[in-house]
Design a protein around this ligand. Structure first.
Ligand code: DX5
Ligand code: ZN
Length: 218
């Protein structure tokens, strides 16, 4: 198996120095940059919008992995695409027309992702697996960094892996990912590991070791 890709979530970074923090995780070996967009409606927290994504686009050439926790997402897809998103992930629960949202993302020339919350069965993916590039399995309830990993997620990842079969779809996991929880997720089929608090702990000089530890290379 290939080593997993690590996507640090800047939610746990110092927002007063967002550009520098992204540069630091880029230098520390991040594969994707995970940007959490929260609307205070779909999730009980608010972060930032496309203008902030655009403002930090120039600091790295790495993939911008935009996790849209907004409902409905459709009206904002063009703006996040123009801001420089590479992967755009919408929640299956955000409605009302998941298939249309995914088609829209692909029509913008971006990689399309679908996220499912911990309470959402993987069967929600059944009719859209042929039009996505990424399935994001939430391993905590979305809204905040630093929450505890939900153990039942490991079995869910394994089930999603079986559903995907030979399709070119990557499984991403998000929430409570750490050097302790990563190995079981990787074994179950996760290929992209999002991590916020486990990456942004200590100062920037610790980020490379934090990322390597999650990758299983410490
Ligand atoms: C949670 C966000 C995550 C969050 C993960 O709603 O989607 O990306 O930053 O944080 P940790 O890794 O600390 O659980
Ligand atoms: Zn996220």
């Amino acid at each position: 198996a290939h080593p997993p890709l690590i996507a640090p979530s800047v939610l746990s970074s110092d927002f007063s120095r967002l550009g520098e923090e992204i540069r630091a995780i880029d230098a520390a070996g991040a594969d994707w940059i995970h940007l959490d967009i929260m609307d205070g409606h779909f999730v009980p927290n608010i972060t930032f919008g496309p203008e902030v994504v655009k403002a930090v686009r120039h600091v790295t050439t790495k993939i911008f992995d935009v996790h849209l926790m907004i409902a409905p997402a459709d009206a904002y897809l063009d703006a996040f695409a123009a801001a420089g998103a590479d992967v755009m992930t919408v929640h299956a629960e955000a409605g009302p027309h998941l298939h249309r949202s995914l088609q829209h993302i692909r029509a913008l020339g971006k990689k399309a992702g679908v996220a499912i919350n911990p309470a959402t069965p993987e069967s929600a993916l059944e009719y859209i697996l042929d039009i996505v590039d990424v399935v994001l399995v939430m391993t905590v309830n979305p809204g905040f960094g630093g929450q505890s990993f939900i153990p039942a997620s490991v079995e869910k990842v394994a089930r999603v892996r079986r559903m995907i079969g030979a399709r070119p779809v990557r499984i991403e996991v998000d929430g409570g990912v750490s050097p302790d929880t990563a190995p079981a997720l990787i074994k179950a089929g996760a290929e992209v590991l999002v991590a916020g608090s486990a990456v942004f702990k200590g100062d920037a000089s610790a980020y490379a070791a934090n990322i390597a530890a999650i990758r299983g290379m410490r």
